[in-house]
Each structure stands twice: as structure tokens, then as C-alpha cells.
Design a protein around this ligand. Structure first.
Ligand code: ADP
Ligand code: ASP
Ligand code: MG
Length: 402
């Protein structure tokens, strides 16, 4: 069997954990399997590197930030190869350049396009455990790129797909995918199985346990993914196309604290305004999420939208630069907001799901600022300070707790 095993930052946070992971991988290797290990940076290294960059430049060039951040993963893979060597097993560490993991050119948020298999295959054929840096790639300029925060999951799935691996295991610091983040929702229940689609929604809406592109890629290439703990042997959660588990009304609750809300006040109430506003934002490369437009009054209207917190400053700059053309009175920004979402295919056929969510929030006296829905999700914008309380209230209201 060819097994791809990915370990996140907390799983390799210190030398003891590195040794622990090394032993776990060697167990599989000793059974005669080919083993590829994908690693994240140790513990909080990536955050620390970003912080370091900001000490010399408030807006570091993205190319240089990628160059800096990717050193974290390089430390991990070298440490792991040394740990395995100490345990008497042949291992080799490889970075994105050595493997040739080719991405699009955009720094900070690149997409994997192609992974060359030769080097990994060659090392596996030589009976080595191959340890690969997660999160990083190489673009057409031979520059180092990163795949976005949490991107090591995507590296692992992409390697599993490229090599037609028999298994792809994502090891993390919780026992699997839960109905809500178990760190803020003590009643959260571990799911035995979840469909790619539901996981994709949960991941895109803030359930940071998996990088959303890893789920997208697993679905596309039919990679069966397992999410489990690196600290114990419990079973974990299997992601697949269809599950046999009886469908609940909703499958999970997600909270995303990384959103900012921007309101454009006093726009003219006439055709073409929304187009001009979002055209300006699109040209500035701002990722827009929830949008709310007020009904016009006295010839004016307001438009509010959310965007990732990293985009808010650029959004404001772009809007202010076009104030004359867009004819608005003022901008209002709130950085202390959070998006709370419920996800589940069950809601398609059950009216009243949104009402139930709103009732749960009302009972907790939590105010809703914006609402957006799709067939299988409802998202509301709330104050960040209410986030944990809101997750628990909604989770309880849908009977998701054990
Ligand atoms: P890693 O470093 O292993 O990649 P992450 O921090 O990226 O770990 O992801 C694991 C974390 O995801 C957990 O510690 C947990 O707090 C968070 N999380 C958020 N939502 C969920 C969920 N629905 N199920 C499990 N974990 C979740
Ligand atoms: N080390 C990177 C991050 O912190 C990638 C990852 O953990 O998946 O975002
Ligand atoms: Mg992660």
C-alpha cells in the first residue's frame, strides 16, 4: 500500500512529538507500505514568522513573505528525517522545489497545478520514507509560493491524488471532524463519516479542521480522506462521496471570525450602482462574501458586504479612491464581526430550518446583522463577542449534542 500521512503543527510542536510521529510512520513502513509524510510548520511557527516580518515591514511584499513562511515547513521535514534516522529508518526530506510541486503564480494564495512524481517515486523505490513540506509550491518564475493558511492539507491530498495513494490520513489535534469546533462547543459530536460536499461547506465557512481546497481536491480525484488524532488511536472521520449515516437536519455549525463588515452609506438609488461598486472591488481583487443592500429611501441606499480581514484595508482604499465616481457619503467598517453558519443537505427538504436558527439566537439575545442562505446553508453575521455563545445555542437547538 502507498499511504500519505499529514501531520499538522501541534502534532509536531516539539521534539517529543516529532519522535512520536516518526514512530507512527515507521509502524506503517515496517508493515511493508510505502509511506509519504506531509508536514506543517512546528506549532505556531507560521504565525511567529508573519509577526517577525511585520516587525520590519507593516505590509511585507507577498513574495518575500512566502519565502519566509515556507522556512517553517522546511524545519519540520528536516527534523522528521533526522528523527527517523535516529530510529534506524532510511528517510529523506524534500521541499516543494525538490519535488517540483508547481503552483499558479499568486503569492500567499497559490493553487497547485501539477506535482511531479519522479523524485518521490524514486525515493520510495529506494525504500525510504519520503517527508515532504506542506503548504508550499513553486511557480513559473521558480519562486516559492504558499497555498494559503492551513494549506498543508491540500499538499497531502494533491500528493495522494498524484501518486494514486491507497490512503490519505490527516492527523491533527482533535479526534476527527465534529458537528462544531470541539474547542468552543463542548457538546460537539464526532462524526464517523461526512460527505465531501458537507465538509466543503463547513471548511469554507470557518471549520478550520481542513483546508477547503483539500476537500475540493479530494472530491475531484476521489481520494478517500480520514481525519484523525495524532495523539491517540481513535477512529477518526472518513470523508466520502456518500455516507450511510442517517441524515440529521443539519450536519454542523461553523464560526468564522476572520470576516470584516464594510458598509457604503448614502449611495444613489439608481440602476448600475451595485455593478460599479463591486466592479471596483473585483478589480482590487477583494473576495466578497455576504452582501446586503438596503431598500432605497430619499433617493439613497446603503450596501454592506463582508470580506476576509486581510482584504478590508485594500477594499477601503479602492472604495475611497473611487468615491467621486461611486457618489457615496461615507464608509463604515466593523472588524469585530463573525459569520455563523449551519450546513446540511437535510435543510433542502425541511422548511423552517432558518427560523429555528434565528429563534435559538433570539433566545440568547444575540443580534443578527446580515443573513445569507443557499440550498444547504444559512449564514448570519453576528458580533464576534457573541460567537461562542451563538455556536452552542444553535448546536443545542438542532439537537446535535451527544
Ligand atoms: P493542524 O495544525 O493539525 O492542521 P488545525 O488547527 O488547522 O490543525 O485544525 C484543527 C483544529 O480545527 C482543531 O483544533 C479545532 O479547534 C478546529 N476545528 C474547527 N472546527 C472544527 C470541527 N468542526 N471539527 C473538528 N475541529 C474543528
Ligand atoms: N503552516 C501553515 C499554516 O500555519 C500551513 C498549515 O498548517 O497547514 O497555515
Ligand atoms: Mg490545519
Amino acid at each position: 500500500m502507498l499511504i500519505v500521512k499529514k501531520f499538522g503543527g501541534t502534532s509536531v510542536a516539539n521534539p517529543e512529538r516529532v519522535m512520536n510521529v516518526a514512530r507512527r510512520c515507521i509502524e506503517d513502513y515496517n508493515k511493508g507500505n510505502d509511506v509519504v509524510v506531509v508536514l506543517s510548520a512546528m506549532d505556531q511557527t507560521t504565525d511567529e514568522l508573519i509577526d517577525l516580518a511585520h516587525q520590519v515591514n507593516k505590509k511585507p511584499p507577498k513574495r518575500e513573505l512566502d519565502m519566509l513562511m515556507t522556512t517553517g515547513e522546511q524545519v519540520s521535514v528536516a527534523m522528521m528525517a533526522m528523527a527517523m534516522d535516529a530510529l534506524g529508518v532510511r528517510a529523506v526530506s524534500l521541499n516543494a522545489f525538490q519535488v517540483r510541486m508547481i503552483t499558479t503564480s499568486s503569492y500567499g494564495n497559490a493553487r497547485l497545478k501539477r506535482i511531479e512524481k519522479e523524485r518521490i517515486r524514486h525515493e520510495l523505490d529506494d525504500r525510504k520514507i519520503v517527508i515532504v513540506t506542506g503548504f508550499q509550491g513553486v511557480n513559473k518564475y521558480d519562486d516559492i509560493t504558499t497555498l494559503g493558511r492551513g494549506g498543508s492539507d491540500t499538499t497531502a491530498v494533491a500528493i495522494a491524488a498524484a501518486l494514486h495513494a491507497d490512503a490519505c490520513e490527516i492527523y491533527t489535534d482533535v479526534d476527527g471532524v465534529y458537528t462544531a469546533d470541539p474547542r468552543i462547543c463542548p457538546g460537539a459530536r464526532k462524526m464517523k463519516e461526512i460527505t465531501y460536499d458537507e465538509m466543503l461547506d463547513l471548511a469554507s465557512l470557518g471549520a478550520g479542521v481542513l483546508h477547503n481546497r483539500s476537500v475540493e481536491m479530494a472530491k475531484k480525484y476521489g481520494v478517500t480522506l480520514v481525519v484523525r488524532s495524532s495523539l491517540n488511536n481513535s477512529e477518526g472521520t472518513v470523508l466520502k462521496e456518500e455516507t450511510n449515516v442517517e441524515r440529521m437536519l443539519i450536519s454542523g455549525v461553523a464560526l468564522d471570525k476572520s470576516a470584516d463588515r464594510i458598509s457604503i452609506i448614502g449611495l444613489k438609488n439608481e440602476p448600475g450602482v451595485a455593478f460599479r461598486v463591486f466592479d471596483v472591488l473585483a478589480k482590487a481583487n477583494i473576495n466578497i462574501d455576504v452582501i446586503l443592500q438596503s431598500i432605497g429611501r430619499d433617493g439613497t441606499k446603503d450596501i454592506s458586504f463582508t470580506c476576509p480581514d486581510g482584504d478590508a484595508d485594500d477594499a477601503i482604499k479602492a472604495l475611497e479612491a473611487n468615491q467621486g465616481r461611486l457618489h457615496f457619503k461615507s464608509l463604515d467598517i466593523n472588524r469585530d464581526v463573525a459569520k455563523l453558519s449551519i450546513v446540511g443537505a437535510g435543510m433542502m427538504t425541511n422548511p423552517g430550518v432558518a427560523a429555528k436558527m434565528f429563534e435559538a439566537l433570539y433566545n440568547e439575545d444575540i443580534n443578527i446583522n446580515m443573513i445569507s442562505t443557499s440550498e444547504i446553508r444559512v449564514t448570519v453575521l453576528i458580533d464576534e463577542k457573541d460567537g461562542t455563545r451563538a455556536v452552542n445555542a444553535v448546536h443545542d437547538a438542532f439537537g446535535l449534542s451527544e
